[in-house]
Design a protein around this ligand. Structure first.
Ligand SMILES: Nc1ncnc2c1ncn2[C@@H]1O[C@H](COP(=O)(O)OP(=O)(O)O)[C@@H](O)[C@H]1O
Ligand SMILES: N[C@@H](CCC(=O)OP(=O)(O)O)C(=O)O
Length: 379
């Protein structure tokens, strides 16, 4: 059966850690595997990092820059070179490619999100492999995917992928960073229930050129698997592992998918939008929205955090700060703060107007399954 496959490759696999030079053999092997998958009838998307790393190499810069404007300028240099290399290699195998550069605000806008979906579908019909990266040159810090692990999971959710492969410079997930703890235990398979409980030392900085280490890959696993996507982490220098894993071999770390929700708009609310604040709920409200499928009313709200406007996305949390659901609010944070704990009938007298009876209507509310919940408790 033809499948939709997203492959993410990190800078640490595309370049040599010591010299910063491109790992041409890895890239060529990856291009071969992706072309084979495409020729077999699968729909293939590559999420490729490397713009900053390749740009640095081109300009003779020895370290990943910290200054944003410099990083953005370097990415502009590197992205062009990266695409040139991909195009040369794919063209030699007769495989057309496309470049898609995304920013977070675009996916937060429902029309853009749907447009992006349609563009991917049109590219699939044309037999093209899309190569995706964050549009680093224009992305602003507060509204960034930040790392391509998250971007790849969001793309996999957007296009309803069957698989997400994350290719990196380690062979799999370990109980701790194997570079620092050589005795760390290898993890072969993670069920949704285990992912929800998984507490490992995932590192936050990654390798010299990579960003995020395993922490961002685990965050990606939570998004992807709860959107119904099977995910695997495997070594980038052996892209042939993708074919073996699809054939059922136990290579790398495999994260089992949950059942995909049929409601595309709700998936967008859950993963496309960036939550701008938190609303804390009492036990009655949690019961009503999580078990009863009800809308959120002001009466069950105990606390509001963050500043947000009506129509923005927020996280709904229990008293311990565990995120249970996400939704699009009908009122701003300031308005909700004034009506929290009150009966809906009092909204008009408290605010002087009533925009809606509910704080979040059930059509705009998504209950997150156990594995996608994260603690927002800031201690
Ligand atoms: N628990 C862990 N298991 C495996 N690798 C880990 C873990 N914690 C941290 N790491 C580190 O994460 C690095 C991969 O992340 P990163 O450098 O961001 O790669 P990429 O460029 O592929 O995104 C590995 O080199 C490894 O040292
Ligand atoms: N958009 C950036 C990638 C950032 C990133 O996530 O890098 P990596 O950890 O190597 O996947 C770039 O192209 O350099």
């Amino acid at each position: 059966m033809n499948q939709t496959i997203v492959i993410k490759i990190g800078t640490s696999s595309l370049t040599d850690n010591e010299t910063g030079q491109l790992s041409l053999s890895t890239i060529a092997a990856l291009v071969e595997v992706l072309t084979r998958l495409r020729a077999a009838g699968h729909r293939v998307v590559l999420v490729s990092s490397g713009a900053v790393g390749v740009g640095c190499r081109r300009l003779g810069i020895q370290e990943r820059p910290k200054k944003i404007a410099l990083k953005q300028a370097i990415a502009a240099v590197g992205q062009g070179r990266l695409m040139r290399i991909y195009d040369d290699l794919f063209t030699s195998l007769g495989q057309p490619i496309a470049q898609i550069l995304l920013t977070r605000p675009e996916l937060m806008e429902r029309t853009c999100y749907v447009n992006a979906y349609n563009t991917f579908q049109a590219l699939f019909e044309l037999g093209v492999i899309a190569i995706v990266n964050e549009n680093d040159t224009v992305a602003i810090d507060e509204l960034k995917f930040g790392d391509n692990d998250t971007l790849s999971a969001l793309v996999a959710s957007l296009i309803e992928a069957d698989w997400l492969f994350i290719l990196t410079d380690v062979d799999r997930l370990y109980s701790a960073d194997p570079r620092l703890f050589p005795e760390a235990a290898a993890i072969a398979r993670v069920t949704p229930a285990q992912l929800a409980q998984l507490s490992i030392d995932a590192g936050s900085s990654g390798s010299q050129w990579g960003t995020g280490g395993m922490a961002t890959k685990l965050a990606a696993a939570r998004i992807a698997t709860s959107a119904g996507v099977e995910m695997a982490i495997t070594r980038g220098r052996q892209p042939g592992n993708i074919l073996k894993i699809m054939a059922g071999e136990a290579i790398g770390t495999r994260f089992e998918a949950q059942k995909r929700s049929d409601n595309a708009r709700k998936r967008w609310i859950a993963y496309g939008l960036l939550p701008m604040g938190q609303i804390y709920l009492d036990a009655g409200a949690i019961q009503a929205i999580c078990q009863g499928g009800k809308s959120l009313l002001a009466a069950g709200i105990t606390k509001v955090e963050g500043e947000f406007s009506a129509s923005e996305s927020v996280q709904l949390c229990d008293q311990e700060g565990r995120e249970l659901a996400r939704g699009i609010v009908n009122y701003s944070s300031e308005e909700i703060d004034r009506v929290k704990g009150q009966h809906s009938e009092r909204i008009a007298s408290l605010l002087g107007y009533m925009a809606a009876e509910t704080i979040i209507h059930r059509d705009n509310l998504v209950i997150l399954s156990a594995s996608s919940t994260t603690s927002t408790n800031k201690g």
